[in-house]
Design a protein around this ligand. Structure first.
Ligand SMILES: O=P(O)(O)OC[C@H]1O[C@H](O[C@H]2O[C@H](CO)[C@@H](O)[C@H](O)[C@H]2O)[C@H](O)[C@@H](O)[C@@H]1O
Length: 275
């Protein structure tokens, strides 16, 4: 992985800015700092402002594991495109796919009631019902290793068998075969008719984008991690505000739309200072 604020990283962003590109960001751990109580996750005023500015300059999306109805009020209209439930909501997928996911999720919810639910509760594990998928949270439990194991065991007993995606103090159950974040990004790129994309994320669910065999997408992980398929990294979540500001400056320097895509030699300006 390469530091995004290195010369080669900045050159990549600059090249991106000369194309018709989508700018997409994960929410928790990327736009918003990870917090113990999920309802309290929010973007800072600086991030909201920069995101809004970016959204005026280029197609911009937030792609989250959260349900759309939970995500929307946290973004406050700063971007035009929102994708929720790990790629299941907000795309132009067939309604049938979502209806099936909803039915499967409802059945899982029932299976996690009764004694199974009581056991999870005793472990301090909480259930987030996202209509089309479920998430078990174990942040703040007394013994997180044990709680994680119990959460995984509970989800692996569900029928039909879910796709289990681990995350930051969470274990997610997503209907097997449903569209993931990678599929959602590609679908949005087709819909917007863009040739390239930037995607920034921090967690296991974002690896579905990082691992795409698609050279058009520049992938960035929050935090350098061995084994991640992302090409670039930012050292921590605090760097996201800096990245957004940088992108706004870069895109503001672009020549008028009719010259986008022409050779870089005709561009009027170079690269803004990355501070
Ligand atoms: O794809 P994302 O936008 O990153 O969503 C991933 C999950 O985010 C939320 O959980 C995470 O954030 C919480 C608040 O900071 C934190 O308490 C939790 O431990 C994290 O895993 C959300 O609640 C999940 O539904 C998302 O799947």
């Amino acid at each position: 992985m390469i530091d995004l604020f290195s010369d080669s990283g900045l050159a990549r962003l600059e090249a991106l800015s000369r194309t018709e590109s989508l700018y997409a960001f994960d929410f928790d751990g990327t736009l918003a700092e990870i917090v113990r109580e999920r309802d309290r996750a929010q973007v800072t005023p600086q991030v909201r402002r920069a995101l809004h500015e970016l959204g005026r300059l280029a197609p911009t999306a937030v792609v989250s594991g959260r349900a759309l109805e939970d995500l929307e009020p946290r973004i406050e209209g700063a971007v035009s495109y929102l994708i929720g439930n790990h790629g299941l909501e907000g795309t132009q997928e067939e309604a049938e796919v979502r209806n099936q996911a909803q039915a499967v999720s409802r059945s899982w919810r029932e299976q996690l009631g009764g004694s199974a639910g009581a056991k999870l509760h005793d472990e301090g594990i909480t259930l987030e019902d996202k209509t089309y998928s479920l998430t078990l949270h174990y942040r703040g439990t007394r013994n997180s290793t044990r709680a994680k194991r119990k959460a995984k065991e509970a989800l692996s007993r569900l029928t039909p068998a879910p796709r289990i995606i681990l995350g930051k103090a969470v274990v997610n159950a997503v209907p097997a075969g449903s569209p993931h974040k990678g599929a959602a990004i590609r679908s949005l790129m087709r819909r917007l008719n863009v040739t390239t994309a930037l995607y920034v994320g921090d967690d296991v669910t974002d690896e579905d984008v990082f691992a795409l065999p698609d050279a058009r997408i520049v992938t960035v992980r929050i935090g350098r991690k061995r084994g991640s398929r992302a090409q670039f990294y930012l050292t921590d979540q605090g760097q996201v505000a800096r990245l957004l500001d940088y992108l706004v400056k870069l895109l503001s320097m672009r020549p008028p739309p009719h010259t986008i895509g022409e050779p870089p030699g005709i561009m009027t300006a170079g690269r803004p200072a990355a501070r």
